[in-house]
Structures are given as structure tokens and as C-alpha cells.
Ligand binder design. Structure first.
Ligand code: ADP
Ligand code: MG
Length: 615
């Protein structure tokens, strides 16, 4: 019975940003953002209270000013990465980095290890609840966007975060690709056009080159193809904010650690204020001294210039990768809050020799596009189709720590590739393989995604087994691996040990912990969800009963009606605000009815088929 209700709830689109996150939906009224009249943006910041309560968004930033040690921002930079990789960034940003399981980047709060997945899950949960309260239905499916160059580990970790937040990810979409969807690019007469999406946010930069390709004969849709993408995970508005603070302290003095967060927040505020005024100034009390901090347009341009130059270098790389000349670009789309900087607009216009496209709010474009993709997946929009490319090459470690690339960077996905090899010892029944992602020749220069053990190979002399490993990358850019020994037909068992993601056991444990954590909160949301689903179920069952009652035996109908009444009483009590409702009891009542109504369901379907209509 969960199917009919699940299919009624819309698939939301979520921009899970480094700095800000946003949820949107696309329904009959078109795409729109949800979650707030004043500002729909939720800062991607989580505050961990001493009492175990977690606060997300603007309030978390406020709490964080006095307790930076309990506040996690930019978790997205850490997701699916190792503590070693993130050491330098954590030091400069003052985040309490620690080593999680297998050297994963994690945060230490009150001596507890919190993984970035858990931080992102809090943000996703907040967005989910925003959408639920605005739409009045329970939401359990989403399209989530990720930077184009996110590797497999980072994508998997994003999925894990969604799972912890009770969301099924129907598709991970590259952010620039989502932006193009929001603009509705690809309709009508634009076939062959090449479009660049320039996305400068708070923490990351993405440049993506899309081409609108002719629709395929059997498809009534236009297609986007991503020709190339490049980016920098450590480049964004945050860097400009820190550079502004450095500019204020250019005489060599350093701000006290305790003042840093407030200074960076001031820098960010003044930077934004310069979009409306020529120069700005504010005072701040530092260590008992009130000091004035000022910023002019000219200063901001000078501070931001090196960062903007780096983005343009990325743009050049994308054009070179795709072997496309600058003047072949038909449109340039600006995405991300930092593209509000006039310097960015000028620099991009100069670089591409054309005015960039800015019709939509750069903060919202990605979420809106994700919502459009959600509508496409739910079958409401059949007019668009998306092709993406693999952001980084995927390969295996071979002899001498070299890498053999199975799938090259920029291969359109979904993609499949196989590699054949054999054993090196007589009677060898297992092989250990390392999966690597990256462009470099040697394993130590690439990222190791996973180690996997092929076992169950029948014993044969060295070199005789014909092992075939298949890499499969789905539409989300997520990798799965299969291996088979051709001579015997034995499918080797794969035990994948992710280098950066969560193991199944960890995911399960964290899920359990996160439930235990926000017990009462969860309980409340669970009861809300149960009410929504129960009402849909009850409506469906009552409707079906009305239609096919005469075809069912009386005791069965009576039992169903008794259960319906019990569930209705439970929903009524919950909605009236009763405090003593046990979510488990509620849930089992609903489940019992689910099971009991299977017969009714079958009967109603055969009734409809006979009657020529399926409802
Ligand atoms: P992300 O995709 O990383 O979550 P956003 O697209 O939300 O980020 O962009 C956030 C960044 O945009 C922040 O660094 C913020 O300071 C910057 N930003 C927002 N408005 C402006 C503005 N008017 N001028 C300059 N930068 C801005
Ligand atoms: Mg963004």
C-alpha cells in the first residue's frame, strides 16, 4: 500500500551546496523554490548543542559565532574525502577535523566523531521538513545535485547522507547540468549550440560545456550533452571573504582566533553590500577595542581578481579538453551567489566575448533545475533528457603501481567497460584489485576509491583463468563492479572496501544513532509522516471498498473496516496533538492494514481491468 501514497508525493529537487542549500519542486505550476518567504536559502551550517540538539541554518551560524568548536560549515568539502587530504583546509578554516574510520575526514565534537555525511544529513532533513510543511505531504524522494567533478566516493557519500535523512535519491545531477535545465536550454531551435555554465558559489567552482545535440529518431526530446567539465573544489566566495580579512590585517598583525569567525562574517556581509553601494564600512568590537573595517569596490576587485583568474583558467581547460574555440560558445550561463560580483560578470564577458546569461536568480538556478529533473523522473515532463559525462577517469591498479584506465574522463554516462586479466600464481583462487580515479599515471597520484577482493576463482595454473572485470557507471556517476571467470563461468564474489565512503555496517549504525539522537524530534516527524501516509491509504481503501465491496466476503470487509476505524482514531488523536502516541504502535497498526488490504487491492485491480480502467 505504500506505492500509491509514495507515487503521489512529489520528487523534490535539492541543491545541497557548500554554503547554502535549497529545496524546490516542479509541479503543474512550474518550478519554484520552497522553504521560506524571506529567504529560501538555508545556510549549510549545523550547530551541535551540548544537550545533543542540532540546529541548522542561519540560527546555527549565530550560535556558531560564540561556539565555533560546535559548529560545522562547509561539510560538503569534506564529504567522501580523507582526513589527510583535508588537513590544510581544516586548519585554515578552523574546523575540528579528526580522523574517522579508515582515515575518513570527520569532525570532533565533544570528543565524538561526526562524519560529514551526518552533517549533510541534518541539512537534508531540514530541507525535507521545509518541503513537507509547505506542500503538506510527506516527502521521501529527491533529486540531489553535486558538483560536476565529484568523484565516486563523494557521490556515494552524498547518497549516504540522503539515506540518513530518510530520502531516496532518484538521481544525482551535476549542478551545472541542473542549471541548464532550469533555463530550459535545449528547447526548439538550439540544436548544435554550445553553452558554458560558469558556477562560482561559496566553496566550489564549476565550469561545464554543454552541447545541445539533435534529438534521436525514436525520442521526442532534445538532448543536452556535457562535452567537458572542470572545476576546483577549493575555490569560492569563502576564499574571497578570508582574503578580505587578510587585507584588513595586511600590516602583519593577526586577528585573535576568537574574533576570526566574526571578522569573516563581516567580510562576507560587506562584500555583498558592495553590490548596492560604492563603499561600505562597519565597526566591530575586537578584544574590547572597537575597530572600523571598510571596503571599496576597487579593493574588492583587487582582492577577488586572483580567484577570478583561477576560474578563467578552469574555463580555458574545459575549452581545451573539448577542443572547442571560445567564439564557438553561443551562451554563457552564470550560477552561484559569487557571480553577483561585478568583477566576475565583466571578466566572464571579456573572456567569452559575450554578455553572460543572468535572467534567473543565480542562487536558485540549481535547485530549480533539480526540481525539473524530479518532474521528468516522475513522468510529468517528458520533454527533456540529459546526458552527462564521467568527471574523472576510472581504472585499476596494475603491475608496478601503474594505472590502467578503463573509462576515460568525459566518457558519456551511463557507461560500461571491461578489462581482462589473469592470475600470476599457480592455483591462485583470489585476487586483490584497487580501483582508482584520476588522470595521473601512478596509483599514488590518483585517488584510491576502493579495494576489492575477487574470491572463488577455481584453482588453475597461473595465467589460465580468464578474469573479466566490468565497470558500470550509472546515470548518477556511481560505479558498480562485476567480475567473472570466463572459463568456469564462476561469478567472482566482490568484497568492496570503500576507501572513503561508509560501509554498510557504518551506515546502519549511523542511521540507528541518528534516530536515537533526535529521538523526540524524529518521533514527531515520524508521526507526521504516518498521519500523511495513513490518510492516503485510508482514502484509497475506502474508495476501493465502495467499488468492490460486493465481490468480497463479509468477514473480510468487516475486519478491514474495524482496522480502518482504529487507524482513523489514531490519526485523529495525533492531529489533535495527543502527546502519548507511540509511533511504533501507530506504524504497526498501519502496517497491519497494509497487509490486510492486499486482497482488496488485487480485487480492485481485476475489477478495473474488467471494467477497462485502472485507477
Ligand atoms: P554554494 O553553491 O557554494 O552553496 P552559493 O551559490 O549559495 O554557494 O553562493 C554563496 C556565495 O555567494 C557566498 O560566498 C556568498 O558570500 C556569495 N554571495 C552571495 N551574494 C553575493 C553578492 N551580492 N556579492 C558577492 N558575493 C555574494
Ligand atoms: Mg551551488
Amino acid at each position: 500500500m505504500s506505492e500509491p501514497s509514495a507515487s503521489k508525493s512529489p520528487i523534490v529537487g535539492i541543491d545541497l551546496g557548500t554554503t547554502n542549500s535549497l529545496v524546490a519542486v516542479c509541479d503543474a505550476a512550474g518550478p519554484r523554490v520552497l522553504g521560506g518567504v524571506v529567504s529560501a536559502l538555508t545556510p549549510s551550517v549545523v550547530f551541535f548543542g551540548a544537550d545533543g540538539a542540532r540546529t541548522v541554518g542561519a540560527e546555527a551560524i549565530r550560535f556558531g559565532l560564540s561556539r565555533p568548536d560546535r559548529t560545522i560549515a562547509s561539510a560538503k568539502r569534506f564529504i567522501g574525502r580523507s582526513a589527510k587530504e583535508m588537513g590544510a583546509f581544516a586548519t585554515s578554516s578552523g574546523l575540528p577535523l579528526t580522523e574517522g574510520p579508515r582515515g575518513l575526514a570527520a569532525f570532533s565534537i565533544d570528543g565524538q566523531c561526526v562524519l560529514p555525511q551526518e552533517v549533510s544529513a541534518e541539512i537534508l532533513r531540514t530541507l525535507r521538513h521545509q518541503a513537507e510543511s509547505e506542500l503538506g505531504v510527506s516527502i521521501d524522494r529527491a533529486v540531489i545535485t553535486v558538483p560536476a567533478y565529484f568523484d565516486d566516493a563523494q557521490r556515494q557519500a552524498t547518497r549516504d547522507a540522503a539515506r540518513l535523512a530518510g530520502l531516496r535519491v532518484l538521481r544525482l545531477v551535476n549542478e551545472p547540468t541542473a542549471a541548464s535545465l532550469a533555463y530550459g536550454i535545449g528547447r526548439g531551435s538550439q540544436v548544435g549550440e554550445k553553452v558554458v555554465i560558469y558556477d562560482l558559489g561559496g566553496g566550489t567552482f564549476d565550469c561545464t560545456l554543454l552541447e545541445i545535440i539533435p534529438r534521436e529518431a525514436d525520442l521526442e526530446t532534445d538532448c543536452f550533452q556535457v562535452l567537458a567539465t572542470a572545476g576546483d573544489t577549493e575555490l569560492g566566495g569563502d576564499d574571497i571573504d578570508r582574503a578580505i580579512v587578510a587585507h584588513w590585517f595586511r600590516d602583519g598583525t593577526a586577528p585573535e582566533l576568537a574574533d576570526r569567525a566574526r571578522l569573516v562574517a563581516l567580510a562576507e556581509r560587506l562584500k555583498r553590500a558592495l553590490s548596492h553601494s560604492a563603499s561600505v564600512e562597519e565597526t566591530l568590537e575586537l578584544q574590547g577595542d572597537r575597530r572600523a573595517f571598510a571596503l571599496t569596490h576597487a579593493e574588492l576587485d583587487e582582492i577577488a581578481k586572483p580567484f577570478v583568474d583561477r576560474t578563467l583558467a578552469c574555463c580555458s581547460r574545459v575549452l581545451n579538453d573539448a577542443k572547442v574555440a571560445r567564439d564557438a560558445i553561443a551562451r554563457v550561463v552564470l550560477v552561484g551567489g559569487s557571480t553577483r560580483l561585478s568583477l566576475v560578470r565583466r571578466a566572464v564577458a571579456d573572456f567569452f566575448q559575450r554578455e553572460p546569461y543572468t535572467a534567473l536568480d543565480p542562487d536558485r538556478v540549481v535547485a530549480l533545475g533539480a526540481a525539473v529533473q524530479g518532474a521528468i523522473l516522475s513522468g510529468n515532463r517528458r520533454d527533456l533528457l540529459l546526458l552527462d559525462v564521467l568527471p574523472l577517469s576510472l581504472g585499476l591498479e596494475t603491475v608496478g603501481s601503474a594505472t590502467a584506465k578503463l573509462l576515460m574522463r568525459n566518457t558519456p554516462i551511463p557507461a560500461r567497460a571491461t578489462e581482462k586479466f589473469s592470475t600470476s600464481m599457480d592455483g591462485q583462487t583470489s585476487v586483490k584489485l584497487q580501483v582508482v580515479q584520476g588522470e595521473r599515471e601512478f596509483v599514488e597520484d590518483c585517488r584510491s576509491l576502493a579495494t576489492f577482493h575477487l574470491t572463488g576463482i577455481p584453482p588453475m595454473p597461473a595465467g589460465i583463468p580468464q578474469l573479466e572485470v566490468e565497470f558500470l557507471v550509472d546515470q548518477n556517476g556511481v560505479l558498480s563492479i562485476r567480475a567473472v571467470e570466463r572459463r568456469s563461468g564462476v561469478e567472482a564474489t566482490l568484497q568492496i572496501i570503500p576507501s572513503y565512503g561508509l560501509t554498510e555496517a557504518e551506515a546502519t549504525r549511523m542511521e540507528a544513532e541518528s534516530i536515537a539522537h533526535a529521538r523526540s524530534d524524529m518521533e514527531r516527524h515520524r508521526i507526521t509522516d504516518l498521519c500523511v501516509h495513513s490518510k492516503l491509504d485510508m482514502k484509497w481503501i475506502s474508495d476501493a471498498l465502495r467499488r468492490v465491496r460486493s465481490e468480497l466476503e463479509a468477514p473480510y470487509v468487516e475486519d478491514l473496516e474495524r482496522q480502518l476505524a482504529q487507524l482513523a482514531a489514531m490519526v485523529h488523536a495525533a492531529e489533535a496533538g495527543a502527546q502519548n502516541i507511540d509511533a511504533n504502535a501507530f506504524s504497526s497498526l498501519k502496517q497491519r492494514l497494509d497487509v490486510a488490504s492486499v486482497r482488496l487491492h488485487e480485487c480492485a485491480i481485476s475489477h478495473s481491468i474488467r471494467g477497462g480502467s485502472i485507477r
